[in-house]
Design a protein around this ligand. Structure first.
Ligand code: SF4
Length: 354
């Protein structure tokens, strides 16, 4: 990704930075206590950047609260009222997201740009197919990827005119194909970092499919610097899905990479339940920011060889299984203790105290 590097609090996005996973608080903005609890859960789950809706001035209290309770950067989501953006910056927010279609007054955008420049706070221009500028909509007659691109370019130029270039762009639509085309087009035209997402993607199941197809195909083409899997569900699930997507493309460098064989007639142990248990154990937050390839393989005949690249793994045998490191057998373990032994060895390797 050849994009410009942008700093959001203690996280960098763009250029050679790891792709960050974002989510958004989904608690009513006046329930300050629950907002803190959800934010802490998201931070623990591996969320890198957290967006919070700022629908009114009272909601700014969430920014003050969160700044003392979590370490990950906070993005204020602003619609319509530019003064909410100014107040959010004063409250210490790390990034502002504006929806260009609904802050039309250029003087207001200029003021937001000025205060963000003074504090070195980036602005995300969050183009959303549902709220394009009227003049762009009347030119294209309907929502098209070209119209979304034009909205983004128009707003980039506007911010640049006000000497502001600490910019991140997103071009979201609920239509996967349109979104992908729009991102591909804007990628050719600008070098600001891109935040990827499919908006209103849907329920947990459908939303994941749409997001994985859309965001995944862009990431495979080297497009995208930060992502959000938007689900009509618990935001922790958005974070987990985002991490899983990045892991599946080897773009998530900060976590345990678990591989498991599909099993076949050679296996004599229940690899399916073993891998599920392992997945649950190694998704615990204590393994965040740890780098290790772990293999769960069905048989000792092919397992260690097929997963030679793994740092550590287990393979099933006949009542006994084996534990191996880098393809070399280290010890034989009674089948019922295989997973326990693996976890113990992994924790030793990573220096984690249970
Ligand atoms: Fe089959 Fe063994 Fe390969 Fe698993 S590792 S798929 S059990 S041959």
């Amino acid at each position: 990704m050849n994009s410009k590097k942008v700093k959001i609090g203690n996280v960098y996005i763009g250029q050679d930075s790891p792709i960050s996973v974002q989510s958004m608080l989904k608690i009513k903005s006046d329930d300050f206590k629950k907002n803190i609890i959800q934010a802490q859960k998201l931070e623990k789950a591996g969320c890198d950047i957290l967006r919070v809706a700022v629908p009114n001035f009272e909601a700014i209290k969430n920014i003050y609260n969160l700044k003392t309770k979590i370490k990950i950067p906070i993005v204020a989501d602003i619609h319509f009222d530019y003064k909410l953006a100014l107040e959010s910056v004063s409250a210490g927010v790390d990034k502002i997201r504006i929806n260009p279609g609904n802050i039309a007054n250029q003087d207001h955008i200029k003021l937001i740009a000025k205060i963000c420049n003074e504090k070195n706070i980036p602005i995300r221009i969050g183009v959303n197919s549902g709220s394009l500028e009227r003049k762009i909509l009347s030119k294209y007659k309907k929502i098209t990827p070209e119209a979304m691109c034009e909205s983004a370019i128009y707003n980039i130029k506007l911010l640049e005119k006000f000497d502001f270039n600490n910019i991140v762009i997103s071009l979201k639509s609920s239509d996967v194909k349109k979104t992908v085309i729009a991102y591909k087009a804007i990628f050719q035209k600008i070098n600001y970092p891109l935040h990827l997402g499919i908006t209103e993607a849907g329920t947990e199941k459908l939303g994941k499919i749409k997001s994985f197809v859309g965001i995944g195909s862009l990431l495979l083409d080297g497009i995208g610097d930060t992502i959000r899997i938007t689900l009509t569900s618990d935001p922790v699930k958005e974070v987990k899905a985002g991490i899983d997507l990045l892991k599946s493309l080897n773009l998530y460098k900060k976590n345990i990479n678990l591989i498991s064989c599909p099993t076949c007639g050679r296996t004599k142990i229940d690899i399916i339940s073993l891998s599920k248990k392992a997945e649950k154990i190694f998704s615990n937050f204590k393994y965040n920011n740890k780098n290790l390839n772990i293999a769960i393989m069905g048989c000792e005949v092919n397992g260690p060889g097929e997963s030679k690249f793994a740092d550590i793994g287990i393979a099933g045998g006949n009542e006994f299984g084996i534990l191996f490191k880098k393809g070399k057998i280290v010890k034989k373990v009674e089948e019922k203790y295989l997973l326990k032994e693996l976890v113990k060895e992994v924790d030793d390797l990573l220096g984690i105290n249970l």
